[in-house]
Write a new protein. Structure first.
Lengths: 180, 254, 399
């Protein structure tokens, strides 16, 4: 065996090892761990939301800012309301913080979130509202103290015709996306 | 070989799963971004957009406005989560109090100054991206999604009613998004007036709570509205009426 | 018109060339660092605030942009007015103009509150905005400049050079008018509300562009240790004098007409005898006009024409920048009069008095970085494209 061919063999072996290592590390990667939201299901099917949430938000953004339409369901405020997590002190954690609902996926796919430079990343603390009666208890799962989702609730009643029968992937444990 | 019940179940389950996915695909196609407006409009009943039937405005009665009182400013700042950074020249100034003295008579007066929600708004004309815009109901806003922070609108505004956000902002209110590098100004509390016809801008509410009732909010297009009647009665003026901007904020007894 | 001269890339033999190159890279790097810091920390670290919303970066940016328009004058002189002694520097003139424009736009963009949204500025237009027109004018200038240069460099297309030159001339007059109109259309600002700003900006562009072009020619001549076309130096000197006179003319007319308008009295007092009087009289009038004209006109002073042109150019550049400082920052430093006939007793937001603007180190860094980037870009163009005639690099110009 000449020196040149042995060198090539070594290169080949190294390449093979590298490929196996790379593949196994990719296969073993669990994907982002997404904390579960409140309630039974999102405003639309989970898979649909994963693919299209950005379009929904952008669309509603223009409707709201330019045309003043504020009673549509795809609102960023509602996203934060449902998906925000509480820390040990029962304080809301910014939804764009590492490991939180928005950040976990966005970090995984390396897409910068441009929402929370301006938008609140935690729900407003509840203040007594003289006009809108507090219906928070109907909506929150664990008696959390955030603002009501009355518009969302209203929308959910129209849902069965809006999206196909709920293929609810909501489990009690954290929802995990696997890289495929 | 005859399929076992278990195999049949598997097949049924696989078929069901396939159909489910097919349904999902169909749904995803149906609710594709291009079709979103149609879908969301059809399914959600109570949609209410702004229209040019109304033109929202304010009338400020300077004779009722108290020198030294800044309830409107505090009310606005509370509503929109604006806090001072310690530098008054870079702080947001959506609304400010000005005390005046007439050069001839020496008479003193006090008034709040904010975005005048001009019909022919110079800020709207100059904005290169169209982020500075006027809603159908006359409210002049900054669409912060398209604002690039060039500050040309601030150069153009005769009233210096706009502020540039000079540092990162955290702890925003849900309904009052504000962020570094964009321009902002009085929104006439659109999040309040859109949500409920009975809700008034925060400054007007604060002024009334303080017992002055110097700020009147209403529909300028409706000749029967309180504000239209008051403007007619007091012959309320535009600030810098020489510019002929047809402002949405009028001042009585200026 | 067939171009007989041969052109070559910049092949510097002088020791100072790499030094200038390194200095430009370093300064451009400093500019980039300053821009990043400003974007990260927000504009609160700069001297700009809600009164003076456009500061030193805009003075630099507008200086570079108007100088770009004026620097094209060298090419115009050759292709449109048929002055043969400008022909050797025509290519340099275009390359310099394009580089200066890119440098100026870079400063302008990096000063935005959201420079990351440049794509929005490039794709979403409000056609009522003078600013939006300017985006087209700037992009068009670069495209026309490139086309003009191509027509010059490709011998087959030399016949189109006069056409390209005329198009470029018209375009840069419109461009500078547009730049002037950015300021002239601001009805709410007493100091700026004048259509005179547009012709004044054209005069300013000719002053600054001619000055930059003169300095570039002399610098390149030094690097390549060649004999410069004396006729060109003489012509540039005379042009600079006329352009400075035109600028002073418009500046004087602007202020004198303002003095007749009662509502402009306060801003005129502010500019001519108040806070900005030093910048106006000393920097703009004396340093920017009286001294350069004196140096360029009075030949009894026994210094060479090169040195005269260098001093005259540097002084008129300083004077031009000073005028822009007065126009941009002075106009924002006076309170806007909202209530004629009334005195503001107190205000929570400077309706009575506005504190003096102090440019921060970040703004200086960004502005100087932009100038350095423009020079770097120009050197790069000269290095890779045959833009310099042998007359500038080696021998006497061929006729």
């Amino acid at each position: 065996m000449s020196f040149g061919s042995s060198s090539r063999t070594v290169q080949g072996v190294l390449l093979l090892i590298g490929l196996i290592l790379g593949w196994s590390s990719m296969a073993g990667e669990p994907g982002p761990v997404i904390p579960k939201g409140k309630g039974e299901q999102c405003v639309a099917e989970t898979d649909f939301m994963r693919r299209n949430h950005m379009d929904l938000i952008v669309h509603q953004r223009d409707d709201t800012v330019i045309r003043g339409i504020r009673d549509e369901p795809f609102s960023l405020v509602e996203c934060v309301d449902c998906h925000v997590q509480l820390d040990e002190d029962n304080q809301a954690v910014r939804i764009d913080e590492e490991g939180q609902f928005c950040a976990s996926c966005h970090a995984y796919v390396a897409v910068k979130i441009d929402c929370f430079g301006c938008h609140a990343a935690v729900p407003d603390p509840v203040v007594p509202d003289p006009v809108v009666p507090d219906v928070a208890q109907q909506d929150s799962v664990d008696g959390s103290h955030w603002l009501p989702n009355k518009q969302l609730l209203a929308f959910k009643q129209t849902l069965p015709t809006a999206v196909p029968p709920a293929l609810s992937h909501h489990k009690n444990e954290a929802d995990t996306v696997r890289s495929e | 070989m005859k399929p076992t019940p278990s195999d049949q179940n598997k097949a049924v389950s696989a078929r069901r799963s396939f159909l489910q996915r097919l349904g999902l695909l169909g749904a995803a196609t149906a609710v594709a971004p291009a079709l979103l407006p149609a879908i969301s409009r059809a399914k959600v009943t109570a949609l209410k957009g702004v229209s040019d039937e109304q033109r929202w405005g304010l009338m400020i009665d300077t004779s009722k406005c108290a020198t030294g009182c800044d309830a409107c400013v505090r009310g606005c700042h509370d509503e929109h989560g604006i806090s001072s950074t310690g530098n008054e020249h870079t702080d947001a100034q959506w609304i400010r109090k000005i005390d005046l003295q007439d050069n001839l008579t020496g008479q003193e007066s006090s008034l709040p100054m904010m975005c005048q929600h001009c019909d022919s708004a110079p800020c709207v004309d100059v904005c290169p991206t169209g982020a500075s815009f006027k809603r159908a109901d006359g409210v002049v806003l900054v669409n912060k999604h398209t604002c690039i922070g060039c500050r040309y609108c601030m150069m153009a505004c005769p009233y210096k009613a706009r502020s540039f956000i000079h540092e990162p902002v955290t702890d925003q209110k849900s309904l009052a998004p504000r962020g570094q590098g964009t321009v902002e100004s009085c929104t006439l509390c659109v999040h309040r007036i859109d949500a409920d016809d009975d809700l008034q801008p925060a400054c007007a509410v604060s002024c009334t709570e303080e017992g002055h009732s110097a700020i009147l909010f209403g529909d300028l297009n409706d000749s029967e509205s309180d504000i239209s009647i008051a403007i007619a009665k007091h012959d309320a003026q535009q600030v810098r009426s020489d510019l002929n901007l047809n402002t949405g904020v009028r001042y009585a007894k200026l | 018109m067939i171009d007989q001269a041969r052109y070559e890339t910049l092949a510097p033999r002088a020791f100072s060339y790499p030094l200038v190159l390194i200095a430009c890279v370093l300064l451009a790097g400093v500019g980039a660092y300053c821009a990043l810091t400003m974007e990260h920390a927000g504009h609160s670290i700069t001297g700009m605030n809600n009164h003076v919303v456009w500061g030193l970066p805009h003075v630099f940016a507008v200086s570079l942009i108007v100088a770009a328009s004026g620097a094209l004058n060298g090419a115009t002189m050759a292709s449109v007015f048929g002055l043969a002694h400008y022909k050797p520097v025509a290519r340099l003139s275009i390359a310099l103009a394009m580089s200066l424009l890119v440098g100026g736009l870079l400063v302008l963009v990096l000063d935005l509150g959201r420079p990351d949204r440049l794509i929005i500025a490039m794709t979403t237009y409000n056609f009522r905005s003078v600013f939006a027109w300017n985006i087209f004018l700037y992009n068009g200038f670069l495209i026309i400049g490139a086309w003009y240069l191509w027509m010059m460099m490709e011998r087959r297309f030399n016949q189109y050079v006069p056409l390209a030159g005329r198009v470029a001339l018209a375009w840069r007059i419109i461009l500078t008018t547009g730049t002037g109109c950015i300021f002239g259309f601001l009805v709410g600002r007493n100091a700026l509300d004048s259509a005179l700003l547009a012709p004044m900006f054209i005069a300013l562009s000719l002053v600054m562009g001619t000055a930059v072009l003169s300095l570039a020619i002399i610098a390149l001549n030094r690097w390549t240790a060649a004999i410069l076309n004396e006729q060109l130096i003489d012509s540039l000197s005379r042009l600079l004098v006329w352009f400075v006179l035109a600028l002073v003319y418009f500046s004087v007319v602007h202020h004198v007409t303002n003095l007749y308008v009662a509502e402009h009295h306060e801003i005129e007092r502010f500019t001519l005898v108040g806070r900005f009087s030093g910048v106006f009289w000393i920097a703009h009038i004396i340093i920017g006009a009286v001294l350069p004209i004196g140096i360029l006109v009075y030949k009894s002073i026994s210094i060479s024409m090169h040195i005269r042109l260098i001093i005259g150019s540097v002084l008129s550049l300083m004077g031009g920048a000073a005028l822009l400082y007065v126009v941009i920052i002075g106009s924002q430093s006076t309170p806007q009069s909202l209530f004629p006939g009334k005195t503001v007793l107190s205000s929570s937001f400077g309706d009575a008095d506005i504190p003096a603007y102090q440019a921060s180190i970040w703004e200086w860094g960004l502005g100087i970085g932009g100038v350095a980037f423009a020079l770097l870009l120009c050197l790069l163009l000269l290095r890779v494209l045959p833009l310099l005639p042998e007359s500038l690099t080696a021998t006497e110009p061929r006729q």
